[in-house]
Design a protein around this ligand. Sequence first.
Ligand code: DGY
Length: 323
Amino acid sequence: MVRPSVLVTRRWPAAVEQQLAQSYNVELNKSDRPLTPAEFREAIQRYDAVLPTVTDKIGPEALDVSKPQTKILANYGVGYTHIDVERAKTHGIAITNTPDVLSECTADLAMTLMLMVARRAGDGERELRAGDWSGWRPTHLVGTKVSGKTLGIIGFGRIGQEMAKRAHFGFGMKILVQNRSAVRPEILKKFNAVQVSSVDELLPQCDFVSLHCPGGAVNAKMINGARLDLMKPDAFLINTARGEVVDEAALAQSLMFETIGGAALDVFEREPAINPTLAQCDNLVILPHLGSATREARQAMGFRVLDNLNDFFEGKAPRDRVA
Ligand code: DGY
C-alpha cells in the first residue's frame, strides 16, 4: 500500500520526526519558517495530511481551493482557533488536536507567571543584570503575597483544573471559577472551588485572575477596559490562553495608570509582535508563548499527533478529533 503523504509545517522534536518518517511519506520543514497562506494552499492540494500548529493561520485564504488532497489537519497543540473549522469542514477535512499532554506544563507556566509578577521577579532580574542593585533593604522591590489569596480561573478545562490544583494545594489559595458550562460538583469539590455565573461576577472578588479559556472570535477581547475596571486595584491578570482574549490596548492603559496591580502574559494578540506600549510597562511580565515548552510536553504532543494520524489512516476514529 502507498504510504500517505504528510507535511509537517514546523520543526518537531527529533524522536517524533523520526517516528513519523518510518510510517509516512513525510516532508519536514527543515528551515522551520512558517508557511504563507499561498504555501499552505498548495500543501492542502498536495499532501494527504498536513500537521499544522498555532503559527499557521489557516483562514479562508489558506483553505480557498476547489479540490483539496488533504483529508486531515492533525494539529500540534491543544488550541485550534487558528484553523477556520467551518471552512475545513466544507472540504470534509478532519481536524484533531493534542489535549491532556501539555496541561501540567502549561499550568506550571501560569504559576510561574503568577509568582513572577506578584514577587516582582522581572524587576529584580532587570535590576541585577543592569548592575543597579545596591543591596538588601526593607523597602526594596516589595511585592504581593500569593499564599492564601483568591484566584479566579476563567475556563475550567484540563489546564484550568491543573492550575487550581497547584494554587489550592500548593499555595492554599481560594479558587473561584467561571466556565461556559456548569462544572460537575465533584470536580469543584476537589479544589474546594466555587463556580460563579459570569466573568463580571468573578473579577471584583479576585486577587489573581488566570485565563484558561479557548481563544477565537467567541472570546475575543473578553478582558476589555470595562472588565479590567472591575478588577481590584491591586489584582493581577495572567494569560496563558490566547492573546486575543485580552484587549492589549486596554490592558496597557490599566497598567500605565496602575488601575490593576500588574499582568503576566505568555500569549499576545499579534504574535510574535508585542504591543510597544505594553512592553514599556514595568508592572508586566512577558514570556514568548512558552506554556507547553518542555521536552516532555513537546515530545508527547508530537506522539499524540502521530496516534491521531495512525488512527485516521487505519480507518479508526482518532481520539482527539475536534471536527
Ligand atoms: C497549544 O497547545 O495550544 C499551545 O498554545 C501551543 O500551540
